[in-house]
Design a protein around this ligand. Structure first.
Ligand code: GDP
Length: 454
């Protein structure tokens, strides 16, 4: 029989309330033993009472508790939730008591894993739960929520259904070649395969945007002293909302700021903050600057447009080839000694924007560029299903490869049962995304990324 699990489901630390969640066949039994209240415990009715240790009669907390009978619960099992005061002491004591009464400490993600195993959600929806919890900006949150509600699953199921149609056609033709059924021609098969591959491709094309929206983009700001780097940081910080949540890897000094620009998480790295030096060339040679430069999704170079380009400017502009970059001709209020043409002569692929950062001029355009970098200039992508998970991306790639292999051998006129193998493979890869064909190892890997209590 399935064990009953329990954990503190709210964030660790002080809070108005903190919730202990219990799931499994013993949920109600355990709640009854530790929760003393005047009324009877009825499913889905919150009751006020006390958590009392049945062995010592010690009162641990005054709480609200609810029991929810399965299977229409988050995990699909009987669930009990105890709303304690949000003190670490109260929560720890109450949890210890629940564990002594027979529950086992839940592993990270185990509630959601059970929800998946009990068919309450498919695997891609379960994976989105963690993204919803960890979302740093509105766009990340919306993408995760739409995945949790099944948008990606629906699209994957649609594609699988089409592959299944092809498989059925194939099977009928392989198994009953002499029957009076519509003959599957190689032309028809090829055209079906190409259509499905296109669908997989369309989904794959969203992966870049999906990843950036989920993880945020790194923007390195670089330029000689006094060109306006801090001014740019300030403009962007003023215009956008700072991300309040703690971001792993974000240092609390002035080097890196996490902001939400057009609802996209953006990490601004002011390279001047990394090391003050008057020599830009030397600065780029320094490890941390180099690192910021190398890892950035977008490099913003600022030059002072009121005076001609210097050797230092040229040196940095010369390093931009092959990188996505934006060059700001700043201080245009003081003169136009540098033109977009001058920049194009050194770095032909950089976008150029004229700015006057003291007055905040050009900042909108910079934000446009950041948004375009994420959505690839296609704003309609915002509304479509997006792939934002490396596992899904990998599986889509494999499915695409299998479909393309199937097309090649179809063109070569191979036997239908040989072609079928590749098509079936594609079908299975897509099935792994939603968890229909997935190994225990993959499941363990997926759910180990969750936080405790979810
Ligand atoms: P950083 O050393 O690159 O970070 O440069 P700062 O942002 O500190 O700017 C250096 C000086 O240039 C400050 O006095 C700013 O007010 C000024 N500055 C920045 N942008 C402009 C601009 O567009 N026009 C003018 N006239 N001054 C600017």
């Amino acid at each position: 029989m399935c064990e009953t699990i329990a954990a503190i489901s709210t964030a660790y630390g002080e809070g108005g309330i903190g919730i202990i969640r219990i799931s499994g066949p013993e949920a109600l039994g355990i709640l009854r033993r530790v929760f003393v209240c005047k009324s009877n415990i009825a499913s889905r009715r919150m009751a006020f009472g006390r958590i009392v240790d049945p062995d010592t009669a010690e009162v641990i907390d005054e709480v609200l508790a609810v029991y929810m009978k399965g299977p229409t619960t988050y995990t699909g099992e009987d669930v009990a939730e105890i709303n304690c005061h949000g003190s670490v002491v109260s929560l720890r004591k109450a949890l210890a008591l629940v564990l002594r009464q027979g529950a086992r400490m839940a592993e990270p993600g185990e509630f959601t894993k059970r929800a998946f195993l009990n068919g309450r959600m498919d695997l891609s929806q379960a994976e989105a739960v963690i993204d919803v919890i960890k979302a740093k900006a509105d766009a990340s949150y919306e993408a995760a929520l739409s995945q949790m509600e099944g948008a990606l699953s629906r699209r994957v199921r649609e594609i699988r259904a089409r592959i299944l149609d092809v498989l059925v056609d194939l099977t009928v033709n392989i198994d009953y070649p002499d029957e009076d059924i519509e003959q599957l021609t190689y032309e028809k098969l090829l055209s079906d395969l190409e259509d499905v591959e296109d669908d997989v491709d369309t989904l794959l094309a969203t992966a870049g945007a999906g990843r950036m929206i989920k993880e945020g983009i790194r923007v390195a700001i670089i330029g000689k002293p006094n060109v306006g780097k801090s001014s740019l940081m300030n403009c962007l910080l003023r215009q956008s909302r700072a991300i309040v949540t703690e971001i792993p890897g974000t240092t609390r000094d002035t080097i890196e700021e996490a902001v939400s620009i057009r609802n996209i998480p953006v990490y601004l790295i002011d390279t001047a903050g990394i090391r003050q030096t008057n020599d830009l060339v030397e600065m780029i040679g320094i490890e941390r600057t180099k690192d910021a430069f190398n890892k950035a999704d977008l490099i913003v170079v600022i030059v002072d447009a009121s005076t001609p380009l210097t050797g230092e400017d040229r040196d940095i502009l010369g390093r931009l080839s092959g990188r996505r970059s934006l060059v700001l001709l700043n201080k245009t209020d003081l003169g136009n000694a540098v033109t977009p043409r001058d920049i194009a002569d050194i770095s032909s692929n950089s976008d150029v924007i004229k700015t006057c950062l003291v007055a905040g001029e050009g900042v909108e355009e910079i934000e446009d560029k950041i948004e375009a970098l994420v959505y690839g200039g296609q704003l309609s992508q915002k509304d479509s299903v997006m792939v934002n998970n490396v596992r899904h991306e990998e599986l889509l790639r494999k499915a695409k490869q299998a479909l393309s292999d199937a097309s090649v051998i179809t063109e070569n006129g191979e036997a239908l049962d040989i072609i079928e193998i590749d098509i079936r493979e594609a079908y299975d890869y897509l099935g792994e995304i939603i968890g229909e064909t997935v190994s225990d190892e993959v499941l363990d890997e997926v759910f180990s990324r969750f936080c405790l209590g979810k």
